[in-house]
Design a binder for this molecule. Structure first.
Ligand SMILES: Nc1ncnc2c1ncn2[C@@H]1O[C@H](COP(=O)(O)OP(=O)(O)OP(=O)(O)O)[C@@H](O)[C@H]1O
Length: 257
């Protein structure tokens, strides 16, 4: 059963989806990627979004982050209804409220580690204040990147590159970070480091994180696990073990067949 998360937590959710549908294409070729999804993403939670391939996970992330439009329903991010904002206002809101971590790291190859981490400030046309600089230095140290700040991404391991991407996402303290398969390209040791880091960011810094993943081990680090199948929200769980998550997903793969 899907719990009513508003009752579970009195703090305002960081993102709310209200009866959100997203259809791609038209007529007989139309694909319903999301079908009437309502969910509150709780502030300070590390939330995993799971489901079979093609179930709508990336679409959910893209509409929740304001990267894609909804066909029906509303997304409320940082107190604003995204569909009521023009493109510029939405871009500004995204820059100030949202951080991203992707499987492909998305670091700028010609910039150093430090410059990559500062990129969101550059894009927002903001100067880094003294307190922010302290926070970034703290992140760089905590993430074991202190002796790498002048290096280029190509000089780092995959795990180190992903840590830079996470430092960049955390640097401006966005309201929410969306991570799409953040450990997809990493070996198991680097994956564990990155997942521990995301969990620590939620627990110690109150950072809200939404992670899309196929991997039951990755999702076992989360506080909450949402399961999507055929564009619908079909499960909403507290922390589970990798085995419990794998069993859940097998149920949906079989159910969908
Ligand atoms: N731009 C698009 N145009 C047409 N169809 C799309 C588009 N984006 C997604 N879809 C379709 O919408 C459905 C949901 O796709 P989505 O990428 O959200 O699934 P997913 O759960 O993230 O899949 P995967 O785990 O394989 O990445 C799929 O059937 C997909 O083919």
């Amino acid at each position: 059963m899907i719990s009513n998360s508003l009752q579970d937590n009195e703090i305002r959710p960081v993102v709310s989806l209200r009866r959100v549908s997203r259809t791609y294409g038209e007529g007989s070729g139309a694909v319903i990627a999301l079908d009437g999804v309502s969910v509150d993403i709780r502030t300070g939670d590390f939330t995993a979004v799971m489901g079979p391939s093609g179930s709508g996970k990336s679409t959910l992330m893209n509409v929740a982050a304001g990267l894609d439009d909804v066909s029906e329903g509303d997304v409320v991010l940082g107190g604003a209804v995204l569909s009521q904002l023009g493109d510029d206002a939405r871009t500004r809101l995204r820059r100030s409220q949202v951080g991203f971590v992707f499987q492909a790291f998305n670091l700028v190859p010609t910039l150093s580690v430090d410059e990559n981490i500062l990129l969101p400030f550059e894009l927002a046309g903001r100067r880094v204040g003294a307190e922010e600089r302290q926070w970034i230095d703290h992140l760089v140290h905590t993430l074991g990147l202190a002796d790498r700040v002048t290096h280029r991404p190509s000089e780092l391991s995959g795990g180190q590159q992903q840590r830079v991407a996470i430092a960049r996402a955390l640097a401006s303290r966005p309201a929410v970070i969306f991570a799409d398969e953040p450990t997809g390209n990493l070996d198991s040791r680097s994956s564990r480091e990155v997942l521990t880091l995301l969990r620590t960011a939620a627990r110690e810094y109150g950072q809200s994180i939404v992670m899309v993943s196929h991997d039951p081990v990755a999702a076992s680090y989360a506080d909450r696990i949402l399961v999507i199948a055929d564009g619908r929200l079909v499960g909403d769980h507290g922390p589970l073990s990798p085995q419990q998550i794998a069993d859940l997903l097998i149920g949906f793969e079989v159910g969908a067949a």
